[in-house]
Write a protein that binds this ligand. Structure first.
Ligand code: IPM
Ligand code: MG
Length: 352
């Protein structure tokens, strides 16, 4: 098949992990007789530097007509002045919103070889297999903001329809897995959470009687995620809770550098990006872990292009590279790390 893939390297380690991932996609294309066309555009800090805005019109226009978008990371100290009018992160939020990508899938499945990299006891990590479905275009991230000399506000708003669609997406996914959905909110305090809980309960009762539903408050969820991660299958939650809980969940996998994501809407186009940030502290050194981006590319093949076998072949190759202990510095014992390019090459070498 032919596919147009828009590539948004962004800032910090973004360009390095994306550059390492494209050859993996090319190798898959060559082996399976596909043709992927990559078109690169600016987003984030680099876009501010070059165009004055974090999401240039040309970037959004290209993304709208693409089959899928592969993104590195945005942000960095250069653009982090609290007084700055524009920030790189606004570009990321704006493109998610503009493309209507309301469901952000973040799988968490600790790999056996990386178990000792996790601060959690290995016996707790055995058989952990979670997908967090984070609502991505609503909530406090997108509500009105105000700022004066003496105070500031961020409005958190959710509509019934926004909750319904993300819960349906998560429940549909749970149905193909172990049939268990955990909805996370703060219904003992927040009105938006009470709406979330009501809508979730109704949708699940009326449409997903075959999927079991459990409600958790976000504070206790933060604890259970580490104390009994095996108890969870699909977790659905609002935007900010999902942001926080998935960084926490990455510790189950041993490194933030292993967690991929897919941001999906009603259509085919999605944004695929690692859940980690631009890691300015290690940027430019070629040592970043490319696996999360490579695994995001696998999700791209699966969800936007419908290439399940190809997606699975990338995932198996990453798994094999981890089995062979091809680790970047975030996972390796001192002195035994490979660099970004070597890690990506190890994946290519193990593609079926
Ligand atoms: C993420 C990131 C972003 C978010 C930032 C960079 C705006 O933390 O994708 O998890 O908060 O959504
Ligand atoms: Mg985050």
């Amino acid at each position: 098949m032919h596919a147009d893939i828009v590539v948004l390297p962004g800032d910090g380690i973004g360009p390095e992990i994306v550059a390492a991932t494209l050859p993996v996609l090319q190798a898959v294309a060559a082996r399976h007789g596909h043709e992927f066309r990559f078109t690169e555009h600016d987003i984030g800090g680099i876009a501010i530097d070059r165009h004055g805005v974090p999401l240039p019109d040309a970037t959004l226009a290209a993304a709208r007509t693409a089959d899928a978008v592969l993104l590195g990371a945005v942000g960095g100290p250069k653009w982090s002045d609290p007084k700055a009018k524009v920030r790189p992160e606004q570009g990321l939020l704006a493109i998610r919103k503009a493309l209507g990508l309301f469901a952000n899938l973040r799988p968490v499945k600790p790999h056996a070889a990386a178990l000792d990299a996790s601060p959690i006891k290995p016996e707790l990590l055995q058989d952990v297999d979670i997908v967090v479905v984070r609502e991505l275009t609503g909530g406090i991230y997108f509500g009105d903001k105000t700022r004066s000399d003496t105070d500031a506000t961020d409005l958190c708003r959710y509509s019934v329809a926004e909750v319904e669609r993300v819960v349906r997406r998560a429940a549909t996914l749970a149905r193909t897995r172990r049939g268990h959905l955990t909805s996370v909110d703060k219904a003992n305090v927040l009105e938006t959470s009470r709406l979330w809980r009501d809508v979730t309960t109704r949708v699940m009762r009326d449409e997903f009687a075959d999927v079991t539903l459990e409600h958790q408050l976000v504070d206790s969820m933060a604890m259970h995620l580490l104390s009994k991660p095996r108890a969870y299958d699909v977790i659905v939650t609002e935007n900010m809770f999902g942001d926080i809980l998935t960084d926490e969940a990455s510790m189950l996998a041993g490194s933030l550098g292993l967690l991929a994501s897919a941001s999906l809407g009603e259509g085919k186009v999605g944004i695929y990006e690692p859940i980690h940030g631009s890691a300015p502290d290690i940027a430019g050194r070629g040592i970043a872990n490319p696996y999360a981006t490579i695994l995001s590319a696998a999700m791209l093949l699966r969800h936007s292009l419908g290439l399940e076998a190809e997606a699975a072949s990338i995932e198996a190759a990453v798994s094999a590279a981890l089995d062979a202990r091809v680790f970047t510095a975030d996972l390796a014992p001192a002195g035994q790390a490979v660099d970004t390019t070597q890690a990506a090459q190890a994946v290519i070498d193990r593609l079926r």
